[in-house]
Design a protein around this ligand. Structure first.
Ligand SMILES: NC(=O)c1ccc[n+]([C@@H]2O[C@H](COP(=O)([O-])OP(=O)(O)OC[C@H]3O[C@@H](n4cnc5c(N)ncnc54)[C@H](OP(=O)(O)O)[C@@H]3O)[C@@H](O)[C@H]2O)c1
Length: 298
């Protein structure tokens, strides 16, 4: 498995990351999660992606139970988590409306809660989950500086940020934001054209990519039929599978994008991890783009 250096000699991720957003759907007990992480490690997948909000604020604790059962796993993986989204649910009885909070005390408290739930001493990376329109960059920077000084979080990044918001927050920090986790797939190509991926490439910031398979919709939604047909034909001529071709679409974009695998099925994880060995020709890549967008490039 390729590795991606995010901070020289300090932080690297496996090129393919394992996402845990859907963990509650997988009906796994702690022992099953341990096995799943171990099988990922056999493939070279060391990086795990979490968020406080996943499973309505219940999922980090589930993963934490697995780490308690197999404490040796912690040192073999990178733990990424996110904070800043609030929504009405059992664990948030005072929340009446979905909103974001990037205030200093909120971020510090959320990170400390994630440490407790995940049963880890530190997070490798904490991401601000979504850009808060009320974000005060100095307040976020203050939270990062406090968490870093306390050894609770080693590195920081953002998710779903525009290039300008990324630059704004970076301007208040004397250490680098290590990633911007973005929705990137054949069905979501906005960041290729709005300057966001250009900005990250310019600054050598390696993006993480979420929902590379459209959250699973590419396999059945009517709106993706043309893409499915096109990817299916390329898969056939390449001796690959549909999911591998769609992962390869993301991997072909320059900038060492790290796709986050969303499947809880180890056979699919294995197949998708193997997408790294597939290279698409430019003509194949552009036909996928055309099929997904429904119009020809000019
Ligand atoms: N930063 C953010 O705002 C944000 C937002 C969303 C997600 N994320 C992260 O990104 C990760 C991946 O996102 P995602 O789960 O949406 O990824 P995805 O790969 O686009 O979708 C995963 C879904 O597709 C299904 N699937 C995968 N391969 C399949 C196949 N060959 N045939 C049929 N169905 C298939 C999976 O079902 P099975 O499990 O049954 O295989 C699962 O339901 C998440 O876990 C999370 O860590 C971040």
């Amino acid at each position: 498995m390729q590795r991606v250096e995010l901070v020289n000699n300090e932080l690297s991720f496996s090129r393919m990351v394992q996402g845990y957003w859907r963990l509650t759907d997988w009906n796994m007990h702690a022992q099953d999660i341990v096995r799943f992480v171990e099988q990922g490690l056999e493939l070279g997948i060391t990086t795990t992606d979490h968020a406080d909000v996943y499973g309505a604020f219940t999922q980090e604790a589930l993963f934490g139970q697995a780490l308690k059962l197999a404490p040796g796993l912690r040192d073999k993986i990178e733990v990424v988590s996110k904070c800043g989204i609030l929504f009405p649910c059992d664990k948030q009885p005072d929340v009446r409306v979905v909103h974001y909070n990037n205030d200093t005390d909120y971020i510090v408290a959320a990170a400390e809660r994630s440490l407790k739930e995940l049963a880890v001493e530190y997070l490798d990376v904490l991401l601000i989950h979504r850009p808060d329109p009320l974000m005060d960059a100095d307040a976020v920077a203050e939270a990062f500086i406090r968490l870093r000084a306390a050894g609770k979080v080693k590195h920081f990044g953002v998710s779903n940020f525009s290039a300008s918001k990324f630059a704004l927050l970076q301007s208040r920090l004397d250490f680098p934001l290590v990633t911007n986790q973005l929705e990137i797939s054949a069905v979501h190509t906005d960041y290729l054209f709005d300057g966001n991926l250009d900005f990250l490439q310019q600054h050598s910031v390696k993006p993480m990519a979420w929902s590379c398979l459209g959250g699973g919709g590419v396999f059945h939604d009517f709106q993706y039929k043309a893409l499915r047909d096109c990817a299916g034909a390329i898969a056939e001529e390449s001796g690959a599978s549909l999911d591998q071709i769609l992962m390869a679409f993301v991997l072909s974009i320059p900038g060492q994008i790290m796709p986050i695998i969303g499947s809880g099925n180890i056979d699919r994880v294995r197949t998708q991890a193997a997408s790294l060995s597939i290279s698409l020709t430019r003509q194949q890549w552009f036909s996928l783009l055309e099929a997904a967008r429904g119009y020809k490039v000019p």
